[in-house]
Structures are given as structure tokens and as C-alpha cells.
Design a protein around this ligand. Structure first.
Ligand code: RFL
Ligand code: PHB
Length: 389
């Protein structure tokens, strides 16, 4: 088999890359380890930055997003018994959209299949060879047949636990945090329209949602927590305590999902090795506090699609040569923002009284200084694509 770009992984990065390349007349094949059903149900991110939404609109992927996505003009920071709104619309004139990652993935799969895209699910034993000049991807297809896919370039969009990054030795930068998030989806109508990030002496909590009927909530827990050890009643009690604010009520309901997510920051440099290009979680991880992971994956593949198009159409290598540096500037900005939000909002045994006073000072400053609030707002809604900072 032959294609121009072999894409490993059908998450937001791999699927969107395939769509953007197809629009530019470039062929690709997407190889995914899981089933279509699995990737369409995997519950993850929920916040789309403004530049992400604009891009999805520009490339014809926003029909359902514009109907079902929930535009938000702000968030609130809850601490010291007070609830403080950060008004994105007023501060930066842009907002975010709450729309589940699995909805983005469903829309992308539907669009690729409608356009005749080649998506192979349930492949296994993926191998990469010839990355210096003539890439060959080996894989076992869903019927158990061994296959070889020759291509001009490979996009490693296989997430944090994929195989692409392991084919070379990028320099790794990382931080682990002494906590994790216990996330739940509840069949309960949200009682407020916007997200609330709470810093409570007992730990962080986040109030989010997926639809007018579904609430999405998170609790900071110790890193080795077994989700099963938390009964539904204990989760609701703890959420009630940490999210408490004047006039706020928590609607309880049956839990549809319950899982624990580790928190880490990781960057691999460079994001390119010969004809292999890493994108999304395969190259970098952020803790979820800044809601940046999926948005970064999308920003990467926008840059990569343009670079590969110039290279494969006209032999112009300037874009592929600049790919890693271009992406890493945005990646490190998001790494900083996510680390900053995480450090400001979580309380752990490492948070000594000095660190606690610093957190509260930073929170008070952020909600009372227009300059500080604007900095949070412009990072949260997403810096414009193509701006290098
Ligand atoms: P993905 O989505 O992990 O997709 C990688 C795909 O590659 C497949 N794969 C392989 N396929 C073939 N062969 C192999 N050897 C393979 N190995 C792996 C996998 O099955 C998978 O389908 O990576 P991608 O596309 O880079 O997308 C990144 C995002 O998924 C991720 O950054 C976000 O979900 C992070 N994230 C959030 N991001 C946001 O922008 N906003 C948020 O609000 C937000 N909240 C979150 C989050 C992630 C969370 N979890 C569970 C990690 C909240 C949570 C709880
Ligand atoms: C979510 O709704 O899943 C969500 C929202 C904001 C975050 C992380 C996750 O920072």
C-alpha cells in the first residue's frame, strides 16, 4: 500500500490532520489501535478555545458544534468563601465553547468517511522503518493480516502512550504533580451556566458540564486513588463542600462515568525525526487545569498540514523544517499556563503555610487586577494561531 501521509492515531490530532490534508488534495491513511466505537465514546476534554472553534468553522466541521456547543463568556474562581467571575467577553472580547472531545471526534470521523477517507480501526503491532527518507509503516489489520504502508511522511498522532515518540530519543522535559483528578459525568442538569474552578483547603474541585442534562465534575484526589474506592455519596458530599458558594446549589444525579486521571507536564523536543512528525499528546502533555490538551493537538496539526502541503506539493521544505520550533513556542506557553493554573488551584501536603499564602495572594490579585485577569483570560480563550510568543 502507498499513501502520501501515514497517520498513526485517530484522536483529534490524527483525524483533523487527515481532514486538513484532504482539503489540500493530499492523501493519507489513518491507523488506529482501538475500535471506532471506543474512540467515539472515550470521555475526555470539554473546552474548545476560540481559535479551535474558528478553525473548525473554517474547514467545514462546525455544523453540529454551532448547534449543540455551549458558548461561555467567562469562568469563575472560587476561594476563601467567595466566587469571582473572570469576564472573558469584557476582558478580551472572545470566549470558549463547551463541546465534548468525543463529539469533535465523532464529527471528524463522519466527515472523513463522507469524503472517502481511509481510516483503519483495530490495527495492532504498528512498526516504523525508513524514517530518514522512505518511511514504511508495518501493521496487523483488523482481520489479522500483516500490511505495509509506504509513505512520504509519517504523523505520530498516537497520544502519550503511543509508539512514535519511542522511535527516536527526543529530549524529555517533565513534572509530576502530587495529586490526580477524579472525574465524573452525572445525569444532572447544570445549575449554573459557566465553569467554576475552586481552591478549597481540602483540595481543588471543578464544576463543568457537557449539555443541558449532563454535569461534568472533578475532585482533586491523591495520585494513587482507585476510583472505585469513592462511593457516589462521598463524591457528592466532597463536591458540595469544595464547591460551596453563596447562592450555589449542586444538582445530584446518577453517575454515568467515574475515572481517575494523573496530572503531569511533559514536552518532547524536537517534535520531528527525519520524516516523522509528532503532534498532540504524542509530543506533549499538560495537566488538565488549563483545558489546553486537545486545543494544542489541534494547533499542532494546523501547522503540520500546511507544512506537509508545501513540502509534498512543491518540494518546499521551509515549513517542515520550522515545524517543531513553531509548535514548541505555543506548547511552552500552554505548559506555563497549565502549570500556573494547577499550582494556584491545588492544595496538597506539599502546600506549606508559605505556599498557601502565596496561592491566596495570587488568586486575590488575579480577580481584582484587570491586568492579571486579562492575562488569565487571553491564555484561557487561546492565543491566536500563528502568533509566536
Ligand atoms: P489522543 O486523543 O490520545 O489520540 C491518540 C490516538 O492514538 C491511538 N493509538 C494508537 N493507534 C495505533 N497504534 C498505536 N500504537 C497507538 N497508540 C495509541 C489511541 O488509541 C488514540 O485513539 O491524542 P491527541 O489526538 O493528541 O489528542 C489529545 C487529547 O486527547 C488530549 O490532549 C485531551 O483529551 C486533554 N484534555 C483536555 N484537553 C483540552 O483541550 N480541554 C480540556 O478540557 C481537557 N480536559 C483532558 C481533559 C484529558 C483528560 N484525560 C482523561 C487525559 C480532561 C481529562 C480528564
Ligand atoms: C471538562 O469539562 O472536562 C474540563 C473543563 C475544564 C478543564 C478540564 C476539563 O480545565
Amino acid at each position: 500500500m502507498r499513501t502520501q501521509v501515514g497517520i498513526i492515531g485517530a484522536g483529534p490530532a490524527g483525524l483533523l490532520l487527515s481532514h486538513l490534508l484532504a482539503r489540500a488534495g493530499i492523501d493519507s491513511v489513518v491507523l488506529e489501535a482501538r475500535s471506532r466505537d471506543y474512540v467515539e465514546r472515550r470521555v475526555r476534554a470539554g473546552v474548545l478555545e476560540h481559535p479551535t472553534v474558528e478553525l473548525l468553522r473554517e474547514v467545514g466541521l462546525a455544523e453540529r458544534l454551532d448547534r449543540e456547543g455551549m458558548p461561555h463568556d467567562g469562568i469563575s474562581l472560587r476561594f476563601d468563601g467567595g466566587d469571582h467571575r473572570i469576564d472573558f467577553a469584557d476582558l478580551v472580547g472572545r470566549g470558549i465553547t463547551v463541546y465534548g472531545q468525543q463529539e469533535v471526534v465523532k464529527d471528524l470521523i463522519a466527515a472523513r468517511l463522507r469524503d472517502g477517507g481511509d481510516l483503519r480501526f483495530e490495527v495492532s503491532d504498528v512498526t516504523l522503518d525508513g524514517l530518514a527518507d522512505a518511511p514504511v509503516i508495518g501493521f496487523t489489520d483488523a482481520d489479522g493480516q500483516r500490511q505495509e504502508l509506504r509513505c512520504d511522511a509519517v504523523a505520530g498522532c498516537d497520544g502519550f502512550h503511543g509508539i512514535s515518540r519511542g522511535t527516536f530519543e527526543p529530549q524529555m522535559f517533565d513534572r509530576e504533580y502530587p495529586y490526580a483528578w477524579l472525574g465524573i459525568l452525572a445525569k444532572a442538569a447544570p445549575t449554573q451556566h459557566e465553569l467554576a474552578y475552586a481552591n478549597h483547603p481540602r483540595g481543588f474541585a471543578l464544576y463543568s458540564m457537557r449539555s443541558p442534562e449532563i454535569t461534568r465534575l472533578y475532585l482533586q484526589v491523591p495520585p494513587d486513588t482507585d476510583a472505585g474506592a469513592w462511593s457516589d455519596a462521598r463524591i457528592w458530599d466532597e463536591l458540595g463542600v469544595r464547591l460551596a458558594a453563596d447562592g450555589f446549589t449542586l444538582n445530584e444525579g446518577p453517575l454515568i462515568e467515574k475515572s481517575v486521571t494523573g496530572m503531569r507536564s511533559v514536552v518532547a523536543e524536537p517534535m520531528r525525526h527525519g520524516r516523522l512528525f509528532l503532534a498532540g499528546d504524542a509530543a506533549h502533555i499538560v495537566p488538565p487545569t488549563g483545558a489546553k490538551g486537545m486545543n494544542l493537538a489541534i494547533a499542532d496539526v494546523r501547522v503540520l498540514a500546511e507544512a506537509l502541503t508545501d513540502y509534498l506539493r512543491r518540494g518546499d521544505e521551509s515549513g517542515v523544517d520550522a515545524y517543531s520550533d513553531t509548535c514548541l513556542r505555543r506548547v511552552w506557553r500552554a505548559e506555563h499556563f497549565s502549570w500556573w493554573m494547577t499550582s494556584m488551584l491545588h492544595v496538597s501536603p506539599d502546600t506549606d503555610p508559605f505556599a498557601r499564602r502565596l496561592q491566596l495572594s495570587q488568586l486575590h490579585y488575579t480577580v481584582t487586577s484587570r491586568a492579571a485577569a486579562t492575562s488569565l483570560a487571553e491564555n484561557y480563550v487561546g492565543l491566536p494561531h500563528g502568533e509566536n510568543r
